[in-house]
Design a protein around this ligand. Structure first.
Ligand code: GUN
Length: 281
């Protein structure tokens, strides 16, 4: 049996329609949700990403400002900009695009963002809130994965979820979100022995490693939900995920494609977080 596709573009579109509706309602009460995006330097991928974020804001009716700085911007100047945005009432969310130039301490910059405006969910206060189940912003990519899993209609309670990857931005928060949803969670990583023995137990697998063909058909239990966070180029230069899509789709129950799966959800959850920051303000 071939897996059902989880259509990230369609789910993102539905969520963005809801964001636009709630944004209009908030505007009618005199509050326009505002996002500030800071880009330092000329990294081509970062320029594409921030462009998508600003465009998505415009399409959903949110206010956004893009602050672009030369790669020579000092750390002190950047911290001063973040502090100014922290107290700017027209701005509800602040996003500093990563990576930053090497002379700037990214941790210091992220920890300077007011937690109430940390719509990326990267601040230690946001990570701590996720860990303890307190209100706070969930980081956008794993939060988007949760929405994709929930779109299948499966209830995560008591399910066995296996996360492959332990990055601070995806693997670790992903595991905590699945735990928050009452799944039984296993985190696998580069030092895991016998990855396949773990993934074969899983009702839900999230692959977030950054390596093509990390998950192949022989590693998947029939009917499992497979979420592919990978964004890689294969030997032919074609965009591919961490999952052998052609093979795994013949075994899984549900699967996300790359592109068109997790990708469109990251920006969508940024809009959701920014709107919620404004709603709470
Ligand atoms: N660089 C790549 N992805 C992201 C993201 O989601 N947020 C930020 N701030 N930087 C990134």
């Amino acid at each position: 049996m071939t897996a059902q596709l989880i259509d990230g573009n369609a789910i993102a579109r539905q969520l963005r329609t809801d964001v636009a509706r709630r944004t209009a309602a908030l505007k009618a009460r005199g509050i326009t949700p505002g996002l500030a995006v800071i880009l330092v330097g000329e990294d081509p991928a970062s320029q594409v990403y921030v462009g998508k974020k600003v465009q998505a804001c415009a399409e959903a009716g949110l206010h956004s400002v893009l602050e672009k700085y030369d790669a020579t911007l000092s750390e002190a100047e950047l911290l001063a900009r973040v502090q100014a945005l922290n107290v700017d009432p027209s701005i509800h969310g602040i996003l500093v695009q990563l990576p930053l130039p090497a002379h700037i301490d990214a941790h210091k910059v992220i920890e300077t963002i007011a937690p109430a405006k940390d719509v990326d969910g990267f601040h230690i206060a946001s990570a701590g809130a996720l860990m303890t189940g307190m209100p706070g912003f969930w980081s956008c990519t794993p939060y988007g994965c949760i929405k994709l899993i929930e779109s299948t209609g499966i209830d995560l309670r008591g399910k066995h979820a296996v996360v492959i990857g332990r990055s601070n931005n995806v693997g670790k928060p992903m595991a905590l979100m699945l735990l928050q949803k009452n799944a039984t969670v296993t985190i696998c990583h580069s030092a895991t022995r016998d990855l396949k023995a773990h993934t074969l137990q899983a009702d839900v697998i999230v692959a977030a490693v950054g390596k093509p063909n990390t998950l192949t058909a022989d590693m998947v239990k029939p009917g499992a939900v497979v979420i592919d966070v990978g964004m890689n180029r294969n030997a032919q230069g074609k965009l591919c995920g961490d999952v052998d899509f052609a093979g795994v789709r013949e075994v899984a129950g549900w699967i996300t494609p790359v592109p068109g799966g997790v990708g469109p959800m990251t920006v969508t959850m940024l809009l959701v977080n920014t709107l919620e920051a404004a709603e709470r303000s």
